[in-house]
Design a protein around this ligand. Structure first.
Ligand SMILES: NC(=O)c1ccc[n+]([C@@H]2O[C@H](COP(=O)([O-])OP(=O)(O)OC[C@H]3O[C@@H](n4cnc5c(N)ncnc54)[C@H](O)[C@@H]3O)[C@@H](O)[C@H]2O)c1
Length: 346
């Protein structure tokens, strides 16, 4: 039997908790041995909930005092660069939450450090591991709908993230990154082509009612995309949408159409009142919608560490998603279409 992979979880926020629960409950091949977070109360609460024995204020401290094979970086985007570089330089295998970085320069620095130190890095694109997305991808590859011509991908999140960094474009790159990073990656994957140029429009409907006063904040975005293979696409983001977690994709090919996802959260349908009629539950949250995606992506990472293999989601995939975010942002600021090659290598 292969050795159990010893993981240091960095970050005890929403995703740190989600991934800690998944490892404890679903992945016997791995164990979280240490938790890092500078906020003591958050760290203690998460460590207690998920029975993590060691706790540290910083990755430096964990590296000095603990023994582990891999890190999972689930911290705000502005910390991804220093944490990924420190982990790589200490020969730790890396699972890095999206977005890879806030700028292309940060992404290139991360990939240089990973390559230089011969470690692996997997990006947290769990849709690549979601059974429905995989099935759709395989059926598109099998030619069932012909050549993909047009894709529409929407992600609408129920509530505004409470953390201030996530509400500020300067520290998060806004919703195009926080909510739509997954769309940037999956439209490119499903269409089998890079995005050539984008045009984005944003709007702010609910910010004031949530007391969000950060500069240029938006809660609705719509992006038109032209792919390098001639295909067309659209990405939409809304957060907070208020009604649930809604991540659906439609792909039209030369021979047919395919839809991925539904907003109906369970098969249960209730009728207890003639006035309201049938009641169907909605998907409420991202941990619910992508539960299997998260389990499968972390299992894949653990197997890659055990077998010294490259993950199937590459750093290039991470870079193209960041390039989409930056091109979309430039587009709505400058009110013009933006080519991704203006961004990618910068
Ligand atoms: N894959 C997904 O579905 C998904 C969903 C939500 C968020 N995310 C991404 O995950 C990351 C974290 O998001 P979140 O919503 O969990 O954030 P959060 O604000 O809820 O939690 C972040 C935690 O990181 C800690 N932290 C900050 N700097 C640190 C450092 N240098 N070392 C250790 N800990 C540090 C904070 O104290 C906080 O507890 C972001 O990059 C976000 O884009 C991914």
């Amino acid at each position: 039997m292969k050795n159990q992979v010893r993981i240091c979880m960095i970050g005890s926020g929403r995703v740190g908790k989600n991934h800690s629960g998944i490892i404890r409950n679903n992945i016997p091949a791995a164990k979280i041995v240490a938790l890092v977070d500078p906020i003591e109360t958050a760290r203690q609460e998460t460590a207690a909930e998920y029975e993590i024995e060691e706790q540290y204020e910083s990755l430096d401290q964990a590296l000095e005092r603990s023994k582990f094979d891999a890190v999972m970086i689930t911290t705000p985007p502005s910390s991804h660069l220093p944490l990924a570089i420190l982990a790589a330089e200490n020969k730790k295998q890396i699972f890095l939450e999206k977005p890879m970085g806030l700028t292309m320069e940060e992404c290139h620095q991360i990939s240089d450090a990973v390559d230089r130190n011969h470690v692996i890095l997997q990006l947290g694109f769990m849709r690549r591991f979601d059974p429905e997305f995989i099935h759709a991808y395989e059926r598109i590859q099998g030619g069932e709908i012909g050549d993909p011509m047009m894709i529409k991908s929407n992600t609408h999140g129920p509530g505004l993230p409470a953390a201030r960094w996530a509400q500020d474009l300067k520290t998060s790159n806004g919703m195009l990154s926080e909510v739509n990073s997954h769309d940037w990656d999956s439209v490119r994957w499903l269409m089998g082509a890079n995005i050539e140029r984008v045009y984005a429009e944003v709007a702010n409907f609910k910010g004031a009612s949530y007391n969000v006063t950060t500069e240029n904040f938006y809660d609705n975005v719509l992006v038109n995309c032209k792919f390098e293979n001639g295909g067309l696409g659209m990405i939409s983001g809304i957060c907070p949408c208020g009604y649930g977690y809604d991540a659906r994709v439609e792909i039209v090919g030369t021979k047919g159409i395919m839809q991925i996802g539904t907003i109906e959260g369970e098969a249960i349908v209730v009728c207890n009142n003639r006035e309201t009629g049938l009641i169907r539950p909605i998907v409420k949250t991202w941990p619910q919608r992508f539960a299997y995606g998260y389990i499968n992506e972390i299992s894949h990472f653990v197997q890659c560490v055990q077998n010294d293999q490259q993950p199937c989601v590459s750093m290039e995939d991470g870079k193209w998603a960041v390039a989409g975010v930056l091109a979309g942002t430039k587009s709505f600021f400058e009110k013009r279409p933006v080519y991704l090659n203006e961004i990618y290598s910068a």
